[in-house]
Design a protein around this ligand. Structure first.
Ligand code: C2E
Ligand code: MG
Ligand code: MG
Length: 641
């Protein structure tokens, strides 16, 4: 209070030391004697007025400081040239640093900015200086204890009389709690409070994004709509609280189901799935980056399997199932509402059939995928139940009819369907990955059988085994072949691997290396169905191949279609120039055989000599035909080309 009262010292002393002493004890003014009373009168009046103004200024500063404290806002001023920064008390509080505890230049201020936000903050400031415009910017700052705050800055540029930027002055406000509240509101608006999954509003946003992307890239997307079976009854029985807990557990099960399915694991390849809860016991899964309906059906089945796992609640186990309807964009609808409607209709159809089932909206897909899924499940069991068998077809010398080799061809001996040909199940095995165990089984069985016949004293002939592209491109394929050869004891010179053009005309550099590595093992390599794929002639000579197998389609009409005959001639000429053997497939008639003999084809395979037959029969065949020329006088090659 005393500080607010101005003090005027009247004294006879007018030396420097006395004047200083007076001001040191807080005198406001100093008057020497003799006193000039009219002047004193004016001086006192002026002092009182100045004191009032000073008090008002102090009050205003306190009010400003209080306002800044309440608003968690500080003000600052940066002198561009000197890089000095002046800050109000509240700025230090926002940065959680004691006032004047660090040098106040602009770099210190920048160093407290979150590293990820710094670049944009500097850009905004520079733009403001360059364009003489105010700036607004929200960013994060790092406090001394490592925690973060979000601040909002507003500043404007002050120009010199010459129009040069000299100062930047602005405010900084701590908006952390506001941002947190906003985030919370956002979360409440977009997420389901019970399960934490995206809610209907959010689902629609995700769906829009997904459909837009699918549209732009010309791909499909799938919407799966799940409704739990008899959930209302369960809810009424166990009460709504327990029902809520059950829903939470089910949401977890579904999340795990998606993590465990291929859809999520191939996210990197552009496929992602999004689970949402639309309300009640309704969930949706959006698959962005659709692969094919078969894959979607696999996902659907696995999701339903996970869903069906028991949920334990208050020491009781509940078995919940659900039905799923699937609609495909754009086939079943071009907007999300139509897709939802159609997935819902499909879901009700699934419900009509019973529990725990799924249904595509397009009935065509239901049948195809259902058949395929059934086939896949049965094929899995076929391996365990030893239902796969090999048939063997002889490959015969075109010159003297001697059996040179056998091709192993797989069949599926099925209880109901009988003997299923490879064309009906190999593509499915390739799609679902079963080709690996099946391929290994074929290779091992064929090698084992060849070795067994050799041990039994039959002439040592070559065994040809077909390879699928999936097998050849498998990481440890060469090691696999090595192990099988070692395990069965078959000399590699008696093994030939058949691959189609499409298998080896991929990843050419790697293929050449892999083929060379395979060749190093001592086995032979042949191109199957040659002429039906696209071979690069320049690569053909760089592959370490032994044989070209001329596809059956050229052989069939060899005697009636001049272009087929021309193609065969060309293939044989090409093979000879590359020092490769030729085998003609599908030879059924004597005329075909004669033509091929005339063209100099080396080996013949086809029904003319034998259909593919089981091991026991081929054994007999080999005994009957070993080292015996099979041609009658008229079949014998008369002129070799
Ligand atoms: P491929 O390797 O070209 O086998 C020749 C196919 O032609 C065999 O059909 C055989 O039965 C048939 N064939 C042979 N001679 C004649 C003939 O004179 N006339 C007619 N009409 N057909 C003849 P199959 O056994 O149905 O095999 C079809 C394809 O399935 C094979 O074609 C091969 O690509 C694939 N395959 C067979 N076994 C395996 C296997 O173990 N692994 C893999 N990855 N694929 C296999
Ligand atoms: Mg073959
Ligand atoms: Mg073939």
């Amino acid at each position: 209070m005393a500080k607010d009262i101005p003090i005027v010292l009247i004294t006879g002393l007018d030396d420097h030391a006395s004047i200083q002493q007076a001001f040191d004890v807080d005198a406001t003014d100093f008057i020497t004697k003799p006193v000039n009373w009219p002047i004193l009168d004016h001086r006192v009046r002026y002092l009182l007025k100045a004191n009032e103004a000073f008090k008002a200024l102090r009050q205003s500063q306190i009010r400003l400081s209080d306002a800044q404290r309440i608003a968690a806002m500080g003000n600052w001023e940066w002198h561009i040239e000197s890089n000095q920064l002046q800050c109000s008390e509240q700025v230090y509080k926002i940065f959680d640093r004691p006032e004047k505890s660090y040098e106040t230049n602009f770099d210190v201020f920048l160093n407290c900015t979150h590293p990820d936000d710094k670049k944009n903050l500097i850009l905004s400031i520079n733009e403001s200086i360059d364009k003489h415009t105010p700036y607004n910017f929200s960013h994060r700052i790092i406090l001394p204890d490592g925690s973060q705050r979000i601040v909002h800055e507003q500043a404007e540029i002050i120009l010199s009389a010459e129009g040069k930027p000299v100062r930047l002055q602005g405010t900084i406000q701590d908006i952390t709690s506001r941002k947190q509240a906003e985030n919370q509101i956002q979360h409440l608006a977009y997420y389901d409070t019970l399960t934490g999954l995206p809610n209907r509003t959010h689902f629609k946003l995700i769906a829009k994004r997904t459909l837009d992307r699918a549209n732009n890239e010309g791909i499909k997307a799938a919407l799966m709509y799940i409704d739990l079976d008899q959930f209302k009854r369960i809810n009424d029985t166990i009460g709504h609280d327990a029902g809520d807990n059950l829903l939470k557990n089910i949401a977890d099960n579904l999340t795990h189901a998606l993590r465990a399915t291929d859809v999520v694991s191939i996210t990197g390849q552009g496929t992602t799935s999004y689970l949402s809860r639309l309300g009640g016991d309704e969930f949706t899964i959006l698959v962005d980056g659709f692969i094919n309906s078969h894959k979607i059906a696999q996902v659907a089945q696995r999701v339903l399997e996970h869903l069906g796992q028991p949920v334990t609640l208050n020491d009781l186990e509940y078995y919940i199932t659900g039905c799923m309807g699937i609609a495909i964009y754009p086939d079943d609808g071009e907007d999300i509402d139509t897709l939802l409607k159609h997935a819902d209709i499909a879901m009700y159809q699934a419900k009509k059939r019973g529990r725990n089932d799924f249904q595509f909206y397009a009935s065509r897909l239901n049948q195809n995928t259902r058949e395929r899924l059934g086939m896949e499940t049965r094929l899995r069991r076929a391996l365990d139940k030893d239902e796969l068998i090999l048939h063997y077809q002889p490959q015969v010398s075109a010159i003297n009819g001697e059996v040179i080799g056998l091709e192993a061809l797989v069949r599926w001996q099925h209880d109901e369907s009988g003997l299923v040909p490879p064309g009906d199940f190999i593509p499915i095995a390739e799609e679902c990955g079963l080709i690996h165990p099946i391929g290994d089984w074929v290779l091992e069985t064929a090698c084992h059988q060849a070795r067994k016949w050799q041990k039994a004293g039959l002439p040592a002939i070559r065994m040809s085994v077909n390879l699928s592209s999936h097998q050849f491109h498998q990481k440890n394929f060469i090691q696999n072949v090595t192990n099988i050869l070692q395990g069965t004891g078959l000399d590699p010179q008696y093994l030939e691997l058949e691959m189609t053009e499409s298998v080896i005309m991929q990843q050419l550099k790697k293929t050449i290396t892999d083929l060379n590595d395979l060749k190093q093992l001592g086995l032979s390599l042949s191109i199957d169905d040659f002429g039906t794929g696209y071979s690069s002639m320049s690569y053909l000579k760089r592959f370490p191949l032994d044989t070209l197998k001329i596809d059956r389609s050229f052989v069939t009409d060899i005697t009636t279609d001049s272009s087929d005959a021309a193609i065969i001639k060309a293939i044989i000429t090409l093979a000879k120039s590359l020092d490769l053997m030729t085998i003609a497939e599908g030879v059924e008639k004597i005329e075909q055989l004669t033509f091929l003999q005339q063209q100099g084809c080396d080996l013949i395979q086809g029904f003319y000599f034998s259909r593919p037959i089981p091991a026991l029969e081929i054994e007999k065949y080999l005994i009957d035909h070993s080292s015996i020329s099979r041609f009658s006088e008229s079949d014998q090659l008369t002129e070799t080309v």
